[in-house]
Design a protein around this ligand. Structure first.
Ligand code: SAM
Ligand code: SF4
Length: 317
């Protein structure tokens, strides 16, 4: 039984996405979940309320692509009322943010992370299976105009795919006053062999950043995934590295993950979970849901095995 304090819940609201990033949705992926298996917003709300009693104080809405699910702004608004939650954030591919940034801000969303793996339109299209980079740029601008601050850009850095853009991303961070975080690619259960040739680890990313810029080391929050953060000296830009494979942060990990089909996972990379949807649909009251959070927390492994247990798009990356 773990003694650590679990305060952060990532909620995947859909397994659908308008992109097909090859490292996230490998070919031959299983069908989408049937509609009846996906949690309804009222159900997510009920589960989050129980989570808040358990000790959750931060929720991140993710997917799949959260903005493809209808009325996700309503979910943000609903969650605003949950007592004990101090922050609701979102991770998105940014493609629909131009339309949603303002309503999300008005609904009370706190912060946004936007995933962008290339700043070259043709390459971006290849990586995402058809995405339009200009949509994401418009989304980033809209987020800034809507008043979002502390916006972070997530880049899965892959050898021979986009690693030559590391300097360009650093310039992008500096030019826009944003934080760009380079993420190690993780193998998925369906495509273990697929990601290995692309993998670039923490040490190499750090070395390449050091070769580029004058960097000032910044503090990292305990439990935060970015193990290394630097200010690009003389700018408002920040760069960071998230290294779940070569520097697992399991010992400080304070999060649980609610999948789109209502399973509470202790770890992105462990199959063990508690089926909260079944508890809820069997008319389990709040006490049983709170107990489910405790049981999921107790499933946290001492350290992960380096391989995602289920589809990223179901569990939320
Ligand atoms: N669609 C949204 C997006 O792309 O930001 C939210 C869901 S996505 C699954 C969340 C994050 O997981 C993204 O930053 C994505 O790059 C990351 N991700 C997906 N598959 C990954 C993998 N195999 N290795 C590392 N990160 C991955
Ligand atoms: Fe979609 Fe995000 Fe996965 Fe890309 S990483 S396919 S945008 S869910």
């Amino acid at each position: 039984m773990t003694e650590r304090k679990i305060t952060y819940l990532r909620v995947s609201v859909t397994d659908h996405c308008n992109y097909r990033c090859f490292y996230c949705m490998p070919k031959g992926m299983p069908e989408h979940l049937p509609h009846s298996e996906i949690l309804r917003y009222e159900e997510i709300d009920t589960i989050v309320r129980a989570g808040a009693v358990f000790g959750i104080n931060k929720v991140r809405i993710t997917g799949g692509e959260p903005l493809v699910r209808r009325d996700v702004v309503e979910l943000v608004r609903k969650l605003q009322d949950v007592e004990g939650l101090r922050e609701i954030c979102m991770t998105t591919n940014g493609s629909l943010l131009a339309q949603y940034a303002r309503p999300l801000r008005d609904a009370g969303l706190g912060r946004i992370n936007i995933s962008v793996d290339s700043l070259i339109p043709a390459r971006f299209r290849r990586i995402t299976g058809g995405g339009r980079l200009s949509d994401v740029f418009n989304g980033i601008d809209a987020a800034q105009e809507a008043g979002f601050t502390n916006t972070k850009i997530n880049v899965v850095l892959m050898r021979g795919v986009n690693d030559d853009e590391l300097p360009r991303f650093a310039d992008f961070a500096a030019g826009h006053g944003l934080e760009v975080r380079f993420i190690e690619v993780m193998p998925l259960s369906q495509s273990v062999e697929d990601s290995a040739p692309f993998f670039i680890g923490f040490d190499e990313i750090r070395r390449r950043l050091h070769n580029l810029h004058s960097l000032e080391r910044l503090e990292t929050e305990p439990g935060a995934p970015a193990q290394l953060r630097y200010r690009l000296v003389g700018t408002r830009g920040i760069v960071g590295v998230i290294a779940p494979i070569s520097r697992p942060f399991c010992a400080e990990c304070n999060r649980l993950r609610l999948s789109a089909d209502g399973r509470l996972y202790a770890c992105l990379m462990a199959a063990a979970h508690v089926d909260v949807k079944s508890i809820l649909r069997a008319s389990g009251g709040e006490a049983r849901l709170i107990d489910a959070f405790g049981r999921a927390a107790a499933l946290k492994p001492p350290c992960h095995n380096g391989c995602s247990s289920t589809l990223m798009s179901r569990i939320g990356g």
